[in-house]
Design a protein around this ligand. Structure first.
Ligand code: ADP
Length: 243
């Protein structure tokens, strides 16, 4: 359903992604692991076109974009197909939880307000925040704010949700509630790509694990293969350090 072919991205002279090719099936939960600086976040941002790849193609569903020649319409199309959950939530501070979720539906998807409100209440209830619709981000815990971030992505009904280290800014006692929500969504068969350092979560929830280092995919496979019997030395070293 998603196919990245030979994606490259440089910042100045620093080539951060080198010829990345990756296929993701519909309904798959893909976890991307790797040391800091290996290009994981950049890869997610390229998929959502928050960064423009220098080379390669991105296909989501039946829409394929040649990154070198992508125009405004291509970028708009790709953005409609994915939604991102950010490490630092990126909520509008002067808007309530409900307004934060409604924003994309009204402004980008042009839904009538009433319909947007209904859908937003639904997804906020799904992430356990039915009682916090009118709360501002400053009145919510980090875990609750991130659940608003997840509700906002979910509301857009995208083909894939991209999670960029969704729990790494949270106090340890708040990590569980966010992972529980992600787990629940994963079980509903929504395609997702998750950059995370939460190894036990990765092992339990993913169907496909990708290990990146130095801007390349070093190894990928099913969780029991990659965690249980990694083939590459770099993967073995990384897993030894982190678990
Ligand atoms: P990871 O998510 O694996 O920690 P990143 O994708 O964040 O890795 O970063 C990979 C490399 O790209 C790092 O060397 C980082 O400094 C560089 N980088 C990321 N974003 C930018 C940017 N906007 N401008 C310049 N360099 C960047």
């Amino acid at each position: 359903m998603i196919k990245l072919s030979r994606i490259s991205k440089s910042f100045g002279k620093n080539q951060v992604l080198k010829d990345i090719t990756l296929s993701v099936e519909k309904g798959e939960v893909v976890v991307i692991l790797g040391p800091s600086g290996s290009g994981k976040t950049t890869l997610l941002r390229c998929l959502n076109y928050l960064e423009r790849p220098n080379d390669g193609t991105i296909a989501i569903g039946d829409y394929t974009v040649d990154c070198k020649h992508a125009g405004k319409k291509d970028i708009h199309q790709l953005r409609q197909k994915s939604a991102m959950v950010f490490q630092h939530y990126n909520l509008f501070k002067h808007k309530t939880a409900l307004e934060n979720v409604m924003e994309g539906l009204v402004i980008v998807q042009k839904l009538p307000k009433e319909e947007a409100r209904k859908r937003s209440v639904e997804v906020l209830e799904k992430v356990g925040l039915g009682a916090k619709l009118d709360a501002y981000p400053s009145q919510l815990s980090g875990g609750q704010q991130q659940r608003v971030g997840i509700a906002r992505a979910l509301a857009l009904n995208p083909e894939v949700i991209l999670f960029d280290e969704p729990t790494s800014a949270l106090d340890p006692e708040l990590v569980g509630e966010v992972l529980d929500v992600i787990r629940k969504i994963a079980n509903e068969g929504i395609t997702m790509i998750v950059v995370t350092h939460e190894m036990s979560f990765a092992r339990e929830v993913s169907n496909h694990v990708v290990f990146m280092d130095g801007g390349v995919i070093v190894e990928e496979g099913k969780p029991n293969e990659l965690f249980g019997a990694p083939k590459e030395e770099r993967t073995k070293q990384f897993l030894k350090r982190i678990t």
